[in-house]
Design a protein. Structure first.
Length: 379
């Protein structure tokens, strides 16, 4: 029997754990989500990721920590894959491949001139050789690099799956993913697709929740509901230069971090007011992106939302009120569970890489041509 099961692994910008999805592919390259798990990082692993990303390591120790973390995360990702295999009572030989995005620790989408060279870069870790050795399954990883090599920004890669799933829609649809960073794709029949990183999704909210409330996140937006919104500060923050840049564009926690919070929101002293303001600001950033770059060109009739931000009721209620002309739905409606959508994406990217199908979307990433994303690590 032909193997047609792929495990997709992803750890997003919130780095709370490994999202693992089990996806079944058919001979015509269509796919169906079978199961998913969230393999939570042990606290010590999470601390190491946070230290590397935030730069809280002395320069003489950074290379060691980065190298060690790469192999450590390989072990964790392998455990996540083995767990979903065991949960579904499968054997290793039932799995065609594991597709692992790894953990992004650095993303630099802007061109930097170094001598005579023009350089963009990105770095995802979680050693694929370790995953393959521990599981006994071929692994495809390193999906962003090939897009950057042909002139793209290496993101948003989700635009490929959005095009596959919704590209034939009669009316254009906007697919909004609210992870640590919020991104959007607009696709439909007979239109040129667009996709870009909007700006902060959960990133700033999570930082404030951790710093001021000693919680990893404001899960349902309960903290934000207790505060007062400072609209004047939001007006100033919305003028940040990133939001005015035209797509294609991508970003990360290298930009939307504590420095960004200090720059614009340090004047808010009461912690409930600060998280309330940043939560509304996040919604306003999304609304502004739609008004500036989407609504003038596309007659969107539906926004399909996914990502951890969907669980933040306060944030979602703000969005529904700010964008009343378009109906909101959840990606679950289309067989794409919102918490596993990106893990499903990497299963799709891995499968298409295996089949040697070009799987980037140059209109959305800024690449000069189509490319096959992914690198194979054989058992």
């Amino acid at each position: 029997m032909t193997k047609n099961l792929v495990i997709g692994l992803n750890s997003g910008t919130s780095f709370d754990g490994v999202d693992a999805s089990l996806v079944k592919f058919s001979s015509d390259n269509k796919f169906k989500f079978i199961d998913g798990i969230i393999y939570e990082y042990p606290n010590r692993v999470k601390e190491k990721i946070r230290d590397v990303i935030s730069g809280n390591i002395h320069s003489t120790s950074l290379l060691k920590e980065l190298s060690q973390l790469n192999f450590l995360l390989g072990e964790v990702f392998a455990d996540a894959a083995l767990k979903i295999i065991k949960k579904n009572k499968l054997r290793k030989k039932d799995i065609l491949l594991i597709a692992s995005h790894g953990q992004t620790v650095f993303h630099h989408p802007d061109i930097e001139h170094i001598g005579s060279y023009k350089v963009r870069s990105t770095l995802q870790i979680g050693e694929s050789s370790v995953i393959s050795a521990r599981t006994g399954i071929d692994v495809i990883s390193n999906f962003r690099e090939a897009d950057i090599a042909v002139g793209g920004q290496g993101a948003p890669l989700i635009s490929f799956m959005d095009s596959v799933c919704f590209g034939r829609s009669k009316n254009p649809k906007a697919i909004l993913n609210i992870g640590g960073i919020a991104n959007v794709t607009v696709v439909g029949k007979n239109i040129t697709p667009i996709a870009f990183d909007i700006g902060p999704g959960n990133a700033l909210i999570d930082l404030i929740a951790r710093d001021l409330f000693k919680k990893e996140l404001d899960l349902s937006g309960a903290f934000a509901r207790k505060g007062n919104i400072n609209y004047k500060i939001i007006e100033i923050a919305l003028k940040d230069s990133f939001f005015k840049r035209k797509p294609p564009k991508t970003t990360g926690k290298e930009y939307f971090n504590f420095s960004f919070i200090r720059k614009y929101f340090s004047g808010i002293k009461r912690k409930e007011d600060k998280i309330a303001t940043v939560t509304f600001f996040t919604a306003k950033v999304i609304q502004q992106a739609f008004n500036d770059f989407i609504f003038p060109k596309y007659k969107v009739n539906e926004i399909i939302s996914s990502g951890g931000g969907v669980k933040n009721k306060t944030l979602m209620n703000h969005l529904i009120k700010l964008i009343p002309s378009v109906r909101f739905s959840n990606s679950d409606k289309y067989g794409l569970p919102y918490e596993y959508k990106e893990a499903i994406l990497f299963a799709l990217l891995g499968y298409t890489c295996k089949k040697k199908i070009r799987n980037n979307v140059p209109f959305c990433t800024g690449a000069k041509k189509k490319a096959i994303l992914g690198k194979m690590t054989n058992v």
